[in-house]
Design a protein around this ligand. Structure first.
Ligand code: PEP
Ligand code: MG
Length: 585
């Protein structure tokens, strides 16, 4: 038996058989192409590009119904395949350097991957997709098969150096029960996908694909970040019990009852969901959430060949509002930049994009796009309970600047006699340390606040949220983060305005008790997380949460805070089903 430690990408517990994937690197015969064969090589390359494009399009069509917007990750592959500089360099290598199509592809793509990684930032995030694309093209040119995850004979835990988005999207959901990888950051597309699918995933285990034998018995503990290889009898029994218990707590529930999101002592917490587009809103609305706490509107642009205009955006917002009826839908205005880079909005590559002209700053710089979006949001606002929220704001002045643009847009629409909800509430994301520290002033001018713990953690702890190399330093439970959350929540209480949490922390059953103790009463999360969070809240009492939060705040460092949270969790495991509770009005 061996215990390997890694980082949790997606929570959950499973036990099964390992399917170890090789890197898929195929050996390329070393040949110098005869001048008379050059055009044949060009044709082989072009056929491989067309075939790969067809495969991606088919995968997009096949998964769209199930995975909605996540399929747009495939857009990266499509754009890379359409990139003329890559294509032309490959053609040049074949035509002037007498390289075979396979060698030319491998060399050109390796050069790009190296450049992307050296440049860092958002471009580095595309390196795995580009590498995968190179492997696929080479395999196609040479007529070789790459490991496929869509036709598996039995249930398996996939073990690999890395899972590419294309592999992840093509998996057989009934057969793949877990992922264990060497690399992959918690905010990577594949991590988001595994959370969406509810598949436990752990990364950061060095050389895992060489350590784990093919077919080995393996346990993935995506709560503790532990992988147990070849578990002994006692360990198997312990986990069998834990897995049964986890399943009992509606591990992958599809509908929730927010009215059950009430602590043992009668405190109701609001449960909303985070959405990226209107693709599946009717199904989402039917899940029963208290509304949408974060609509990441930038995803309407990302991966689309044609950016949505005012009409297309308004349609998407309207559909969402109608689906949720009287329940609130918080539309966060476009949050481009850093890992959500879109060259059509801003083509400049910055040295430090996370600290650059991103988010609301980019909205000010591209006021044309910002106004179009605000017009679309206002147009749609008559169809439901719309709220608008500005991201990456540092202080009240910046919030008021954004709001002033909204007011101008309102007067334009008024002049055009376009109906809109004049009193649409306008809120602010509290996701920068500055915003949290200055939240008292911010909450005086905003109608509501929502704490984005993903960026709050990134910026407070100076940890790039997309960089797997520093993911050990990414600690939302850090006492400094909790202190900032408390400051923001208190600013909400002082002004009588709601301050919710919409970062990943809101969907963590380990951290929700801390947030409750800090005073948070409204949570917004990825839809598959809602059932477990409701269940967790229904087993809590407020005094216990407060004591937990105080202990976390008093911890000298993140490790001690984590130990306090772990101890609280271990006690919780002993808890029984919720007793009848009193309702507090
Ligand atoms: C956050 O930063 O916590 C957040 C919810 O926004 P995003 O993850 O889209 O940056
Ligand atoms: Mg953010």
């Amino acid at each position: 038996m061996e215990i390997l430690r890694g980082t949790v990408l997606s929570e959950g517990l499973v036990a099964g058989e390992a399917l170890v994937l090789s890197s898929g690197e195929v050996i390329i015969p070393d040949v110098v192409v005869k001048p008379s064969d050059r055009e044949k090589e060009v044709a082989r390359f072009r056929r491989a590009v067309d075939g790969t494009l067809k495969e991606i399009n088919e995968l997009t069509n096949a998964t769209e119904g199930r995975l909605g917007d996540l399929t747009r990750m495939l857009g990266t592959y499509q754009s890379l395949l359409a990139d003329e500089s890559i294509i032309n360099q490959v053609l040049e290598q074949i035509r002037t350097k007498r390289k075979s199509a396979a060698t030319a592809v491998r060399q050109v793509i390796a050069g790009y991957v190296e450049d992307f990684r050296r440049m860092g930032g958002p471009l580095a995030n595309y390196a795995p997709e580009l590498e995968d694309l190179g492997r696929r093209l080479v395999a196609r040119i040479l007529g070789k098969e790459l490991p496929s995850l869509d036709r598996l004979p039995r249930k398996v835990v996939i073990v690999a150096d890395e899972i590419t988005p294309m592999q992840a999207l093509s998996i057989d959901r009934d057969k793949v029960i877990g992922f264990v990888t060497q690399s992959g950051s918690p905010e990577s597309h594949t991590a988001i996908l595994s959370r969406h699918l509810g598949i436990p995933a752990i990364t950061g285990i060095e050389n895992v694909a060489s350590i784990v034998p093919q077919g080995a018995s393996i346990i993935v503990d995506g709560l503790e970040g532990v992988v147990v290889l070849d578990p002994d009898k006692a360990m198997k029994q312990t986990y069998a019990m834990k897995i049964r218990r986890a399943t009992r707590t509606r591990w992958q529930t599809t509908t929730i009852s927010p009215e059950e999101s009430v602590t043992q002592d009668g405190v109701r917490a609001t449960i909303r969901c985070n959405v990226d587009t209107s693709d599946h809103v009717r199904e989402l609305a039917a899940m029963g959430a208290d509304g949408v706490g974060l609509f990441r509107t930038e995803f309407l642009y990302i991966g689309k060949a044609v950016p949505p205009d005012e009409k297309a955006q308004a349609k998407s917002y309207e559909e969402t509002l109608k689906a949720f009826g009287s329940r609130p839908v918080i539309f966060r205005t476009m949050d481009f930049g850093a890992d959500k880079f879109d060259a059509r909005v801003d083509a400049v590559k910055e040295e430090n994009p996370a600290l650059g002209l991103r988010s609301i700053r980019l909205s000010f710089a591209r006021e044309d796009l910002f106004r179009t979006q605000l017009r679309a949001l206002l147009r749609a606002s008559v169809h439901g309970n719309a709220r608008i929220m500005f991201p990456m704001v540092t202080d009240a002045g910046e919030f008021l600047r954004a709001k002033a643009i909204l007011e101008v847009v309102k007067s334009e629409l008024k002049a055009e006699r376009v109906p809109f909800a004049a009193d649409v509430p306008v809120g602010v994301m509290i996701e920068l340390p500055a915003a949290a520290i200055a939240s008292a002033a911010l909450m005086k001018v905003a109608d509501f606040g929502s704490i984005g713990t993903n960026d709050l953690t990134q910026y407070t702890l100076a940890v790039d949220r997309t960089n797997g190399r520093v993911s050990d330093w990414y600690k939302p439970h850090h006492p400094a983060i909790c202190r900032l959350i408390k400051v923001a929540v208190e600013a909400g209480l002082a002004t009588g305005k709601e301050v919710s949490v919409c970062g990943e922390m809101a969907g963590s059953t380990r951290l929700v008790p801390v947030l409750m103790g800090l005073g948070v009463r409204s949570f917004s999360m990825a839809p598959p997380r809602m059932g477990q969070v409701v269940d967790r809240i229904s087993r809590l009492t407020l005094p216990a949460c407060r004591a937990l939060a105080d202990a976390v705040l008093a911890s000298p460092d993140a490790e001690e805070a984590l130990a306090v949270i772990d101890a609280f969790e271990s006690r919780a495991v002993e808890e029984r089903a919720p007793a009848p509770r009193k309702r507090r009005s």
